[in-house]
Design a protein around this ligand. Structure first.
Ligand code: 13P
Ligand code: ZN
Ligand code: NA
Length: 283
């Protein structure tokens, strides 16, 4: 069955690679991710935002995650990504999800701590790992849309206090990435990341990896990033390949036929991202 992200992130931290967290939406995208992860012997995280969980059905998604985890002998986790609501997180945990993110990064420091702590208390009693974010990423991720003026980099000293007070298992940091693609190449604040790493012992998480040059992601892995979140760069080639298929086959109506080019296009990205994370051969 699916597992928490505890051991996989600690292993990544110890062996200096990152576990890729791919945002999935349905059976097809999960199939692509776990098939390739298995071929490359990479531990992998299937990330689902609350709106994905609502779309697919929390129970369906969990069942597919568990089926994938019994089919392949690599570490596979199903992770609730960017959830803002305790009751929703509780529902997923009660159902059997083993890894969650509570995103209260838009709240004040005190309120962020309070909300995260409540989730940690509930989750840890049930063997579930918790990721939280300090600082705030710009851009749009499903229902959350953050403008430039509301975005904020992670403060290293506050990060230390935040981790100590909340007891989280991993910390999402804001060091210059944004959700979605970029208008110009993003410049990551590696000095800040280094300072956070020096003060914080738990594995660090990089959100918004789509559009970030591989070299920058790899530099951040050297500096302590243990989980890399990728969504947009999977969605675009999938959609483009399906659009292209319909353009050349306007009468197509068999989902097994018109979804296959999308899956194949997505596969190539998953291969590249696993290699970028140095997670191949680590399972
Ligand atoms: P991107 O869409 O930029 O890859 O961000 C993904 C993410 O952070 C999911 O939580
Ligand atoms: Zn994110
Ligand atoms: Na991005």
């Amino acid at each position: 069955p699916i597992i928490s992200t505890k051991q996989m992130l600690l292993d990544a931290q110890r062996r200096k690679y990152a576990v890729p967290a791919f945002n999935i939406h349905n059976l097809e995208t999960i199939q692509v991710v776990v098939e390739i992860a298995n071929e490359l012997r990479s531990p992998v995280i299937l990330a689902a935002t609350p709106s994905t969980v609502r779309y697919a059905g929390a129970d369906y998604l969990l069942a597919i995650g568990n089926a994938a985890a019994s089919r392949y002998d690599i570490p596979i986790s199903l992770h609730l990504d960017h959830s803002e609501d305790f009751d929703y997180i509780k529902m997923c945990i009660d159902l059997g999800y083993k890894s969650v993110m509570i995103d209260a990064s838009h709240e004040s420091f005190g309120e962020n701590i309070r909300k995260v702590k409540r989730v940690v208390e509930y989750a840890h009693q049930r063997g579930v790992t918790v990721e939280a974010e300090l600082g705030c990423l710009m851009g749009q991720e499903d229902d959350i849309d953050v403008s430039q003026k509301d975005a904020m980099m992670t403060d290293p000293d506050l990060a230390k206090t935040f981790v100590e007070k909340t007891g989280i298992d991993s910390l999402a940091v804001a060091i210059g990435t944004a959700h979605g693609l970029y208008k110009s190449e993003p410049k990551l604040d590696f000095k800040r990341l280094q300072e956070i790493r020096d003060k914080v012992k738990v594995p660090l998480v990089l959100h918004g990896a789509s559009g970030v040059p591989s070299k920058s992601v790899q530099e951040s892995i050297k500096l302590g990033i243990c989980k890399v979140n990728i969504a947009t760069e999977l969605k675009i080639p999938f959609a483009n390949a399906v659009k292209h298929y319909f353009l050349s086959n306007p009468n197509a109506n068999d989902p097994r036929k018109y979804l296959t080019p999308g899956k194949n296009a997505m596969k190539q990205v998953v291969i590249r991202k696993i290699k970028m994370c140095y997670s191949d051969g680590k399972a």
